[in-house]
Design a protein around this ligand. Sequence first.
Ligand SMILES: Cc1cc2nc3c(=O)[nH]c(=O)nc-3n(C[C@H](O)[C@H](O)[C@H](O)COP(=O)(O)O)c2cc1C
Length: 204
Amino acid sequence: MDLATLLARRRMVRSFDATPVDPQWLDDTCATALWAPTAGNSAGVRMHTISANLVGAYFERATDPQWRRDSPRAPGLLRAGAVVLVTSRPEDYLERYSEADKRSSGLSTMAAWPIPYWHTDAAMATMALLLLLEEGGWSATLWGNFRRDAEVLDWVGAPEESLFASVLIGRPDGHDHRSRSLDRIVPARSARVRRVEVSPERAP
Ligand SMILES: Cc1cc2nc3c(=O)[nH]c(=O)nc-3n(C[C@H](O)[C@H](O)[C@H](O)COP(=O)(O)O)c2cc1C
C-alpha cells in the first residue's frame, strides 16, 4: 500500500476486540519507528511496550476507577492488545545542545527552547509508529499526556522521562464511540496549505 493511502486510511479507533499484539513484532516495529528524525541526533525518544497481559494493569495506573466504571469507551479501550508509551528525555537535548557544535544555539537550558524538540521528536516517532501499525493491519488511538503521567512512568520504571503519549493498539471490534472532535467543522486539508507569493526582491 502506498504512503498516501496509508495516511488517508489511518483513523483513531477506540474499541478493540482483545486480540493480543505479538510482543516481539511490536518491539521491532517501535525500533523501526525510531528511524524518525531526531534533532541534533539527540536520540532522546523512548518507546515502552506493554503487552496484552499487562494492559489491565496499565489502565489501573493511567485511569481512575470512576472512569473505568462510567466511561462508555472504557470497555473497548481496555480490550487493547498492547500499549506503547512514547516518552522523551529532555536532558538528552540539553546535553546535546551544550556540545561544541551546538553551543551557539543558546539551547542548553530548558527555558531557552521556543519549541522543545524533545516533544517534536516524540511526535515524529509517534506518527511513524501509527503508520507502521496501519501497515501491519493494526488500529490505534493516541492518548495525550495528561492522565496520571507520574504514576504510569513510575510503574514502567522510567520516572525521569517525560510522557508524550500512550498509543493504545488493537483490532477494531466495530463498536467504536465516534469522537465528538470529528464533528467539528474544520478547514479542508487543501485550504490549510498556502503557497507564498511575495516578490523575491521585496526588501526585508
Ligand atoms: C496530540 C494528540 C493528542 C490526542 N489525545 C487524544 C486523547 O487523549 N483521547 C482520544 O480519544 N484521542 C486523542 N487524540 C486523537 C484525536 O482526537 C484525533 O486524531 C482527531 O480527532 C482526528 O481523528 P483521526 O485521527 O481519526 O483522523 C489525540 C491526537 C493527538 C494528535
